[in-house]
Every structure is written in C-alpha cells, then in structure tokens.
Design a protein around this ligand. Sequence first.
Ligand code: CS2
Length: 502
Amino acid sequence: MHLPLKKLNLSQLANNQKIPTPKYDRENTDIGIVHLGPGAFHRAHQAVYTENAMNLSGGNWGICGVSLRSATARDILAEQDNLYTLAVLDKKVSYQVIGAIKEILVASEQSDDVIARMSTASTKLVTLTITEKGYCLASNGSLDLNHKDIKHDLAKPTTPVSAIGFIVESLRQRKLNGVNAYNVLSCDNVSGNGDKLRRAVLGYAGQFDTSLQAWIDKNVAFPNAMVDSITPKTESYTVESVSKAIYLQDNWPIQREEFTQWVIENNWQGERPDWENVGVIFTDDVEGFEKAKLRLLNCLHSTLAYAGSLAGFETVFDVTSDQSFYQFITKLASDEIIGSFVPPKELDVKAYSDQIIQRFLNPSIRHLLAQIAFDGSQKIQMRILPTIKDNLALGRSTKLLSLSLACWFEFICSALKEGAEIVDPMASIFANMPQLLSEDVLDVVTAFLSIESIFDQAFKNNTQLKAQLVGNLTALRLGEINHIVDKLCAKDSHTAVLLNNT
Ligand code: CS2
C-alpha cells in the first residue's frame, strides 16, 4: 500500500522529475477563483491551465470548487489536501500533481460559506462547468422561470440552490458592500454559453431587483468560451494505475487525452491567471470555434453514443474501430456537418475533423458510450439540431443527421421498454409518453417532435425530415444498424429510394 497523496508526502515526488508538482508557494496562495461544478472535466481542463499559469507566473489564483449537491469530491479530496493527479493517457503517458484546487464546498450543506467565498473581494472570477441542464434554460435560450430550482431561488433568493441563484445573491452582496464585481466564465458545451448565462442571470435578477440587474449589466463580463479535452470519468482501474505510477495513493485522480484546447472571447478586462502564456487562445471569433467543436466532436460523440449502444458497443474506441461506424461518422462530418457553419479563418476544418476521429481512436482512453449518452434531450439541442436546421434552410442533406437523431429516439424507446434507467432531466416526461412504447413508428416520431421544449416548429413541420426519421427508425427496428449505416453511406441514391419506399 502506498503512502497517501498529501502535501506531507509530496516531497516523495520531489526527486521524480517525471511527475511535476506545484512549483508556486501553495500554502500562501490565496483563492481567486470560485468554480461551480468541480467535476472531472474541470479538474482535467481549467484547473490544469490555472495550475500551469501559477507555476509560470504565480498569482493568487487558487480555486474554491463548489459542488451544488454531491459531497463526494469534497470528502475524498479533503483527505489528500485537495491534491490530485492528472493522468494524460495517449501515445505518451504522463502524470502531474495538481494543487490549484485549495478547497471544495458543498452548496446544499454550506450555502452561507459559498456565498461568503463568492462575495469576498479576493474572488475575481467565477467559472462554471454545470452541464447543459444547469443553466435552467427554456428551448428559446432564455431563463426557464418554471424550472423548479429557479422557482425555489426566486422564492428564497438569499438561500439559492441554482448556479444562477448563487451568482446573483453573491453579486447582490458585493454591490451592497461596495465590493467590485467579479467576471463570470462559462466552460460548458453550450453554444453562446457566456451570452446565454448573462441573459439568464439578468433575467433572474430583473425578477426582483432591477437596480441590481442594471449593476450586473454594467459591471460583469460573461465571455463566451469553447472548451475541449476528452475526459472519461475516473474508474477504479484509474486509481490503481495512477497510484502505482506515482508511488502515492491517490483516491481520485483524473484521466484525459493529450489534446486540450480552451478558446475564450477577448472582450473583457479584469484580472485573470496568466492563461495566455500556457496555451489558452483569446479571440474575437469564439463562435466559429464553438460551432466547429459542438457540431463535429460533440455531434459525432452523441451519434456514436446512441448508434454504438444500439449496436452493442461499450466505448468510443470500440465503435470507432468498426469499419461501418468509422465510415458513418467520417461521411457525416464531411457531407453534412462541414459546410453547415462558418469555421474560424485560422482553422483547417477538414484537418480538424480528421483529428477528432483520430482522437476517438486513442486506445489508452476508455470512454464509455453510456457516459456520453447522458442528458440527450439537452445535448442534441446543442450538437445535432442546429446543424439539421441550418442544412434544411440551406437545402443541404440531413440524411445521416436524421439517422443520428433516430438512434437517439430508439435509444430512449428501447430503454423505456426494458425499464432501464434513463439519465436525463426529461426522463420522467418520456416515461409519461405512452406513444414512445408504440410499434407504430410514425406515432413515435410524431410524439418526439411534439416535445416543444426540444423541437420547435421548424422541425415539427418539415415533411422531408419527418420522412427521413420515419424511414431511419423503421430501418433501425427492422435490421442490423451496421447494415443501415453501410447502405446509407455506400449507395446514396439506392438508399434514398429504399428509405422513401418504407
Ligand atoms: C462528451 C463530452 O460526455 C459528453 O457528452 O461528448 O464530454 C466531450 O468528451 C467533451 O466535450 C470533449 O471536450
């Protein structure tokens, strides 16, 4: 059994050049960032950029992680002085001990401490990875005032439960106490994430305090950002292999691929870590990067998650290694996604797309399709539907995209029939839709398209898309998905006729 990873034992690693440890004076580094949602992705991405920025340039940029509900991360990491190991698993394998996170609070237990931490002047930045559903948005992108957490917070604004509630209450306290505002940086896979969060925060504050709303509007920046690094959840084999590699027991290391990218809108002043000098890109055109990443990487991920699960695969590597699925995502990217948006001028979108598929073929990363399949009702709205909408408007093909969507439909329907758990904020709504159990495919497609919080009129009334969805879902229920993919990718004209004959 190894000694535990703790600051006390860090000296054990001092002589091991291969495993970097914090180079800044961690004990005397103040907290300057509050991060809402300190999950695996945050610890593998933003926390690492901030660690490297402090190693390079110092600064009081310690991170206070705030978990909105779960106490697991706090309790495990507290045992190891909030230190953890980043394992980069790729052609080369490397390890780094990260010290940027200095404390973790649990909002549902320590709400006052969270607000105090967010209201103190030394906190300059609030960053977030709270997943798509954490923004409490309606399908038109504005704040959902009927969302249960928002209703709760509007009734009790000084003891919030939502990220938006905590942001507004702490800003209210800062205004009250004459403390400068902090800036807010969304790090989620949400298109226009900063703009949407800004609208939600202002919409919420405006419900009960228009002068606070005006103050936030004037003083708080919400830059948009694109974040990227494939980070599967930590599994027991990760704990074993990492502890063995660093000769210290780390009970919650993080694993990710070599590739990492962070693109932040360059439209804000205010203090921040020396991110520019550790690889973060500041640009005026975040939208191009966001669309490229959400429509290519995340759309292909979700497509593989549903199609691959229906075909019985378990990981991204497994399904991408299958010739049929490899061809499917390659063709989906080249024929239907590239060309549906304007990429940043500096991005070679074909090379970027090919690189993404190569990243899926990283044998050192075990990325479960089941993990990516979570929250489909939220994710497809960011990853698949915008491309379908634009292609329909541009008269471009949606044949393969509609197969991705039909795979999600069938993924939900078969889970309902099997009584399997559906991890999705809309799971209870699906469970109360008997049409989703119907053998009549037209009924099923009509039922899905009638869900207004996901599909607006453009989808509902489009006969071509509906026919493709009915054709694909019928094919999925009749035959092997591999064959469907092969047919769709190989003999375009033939397949079109085939589909229309269903
Ligand atoms: C994945 C993302 O779980 C998922 O939905 O598609 O977490 C993906 O791995 C990251 O966005 C990559 O940057």
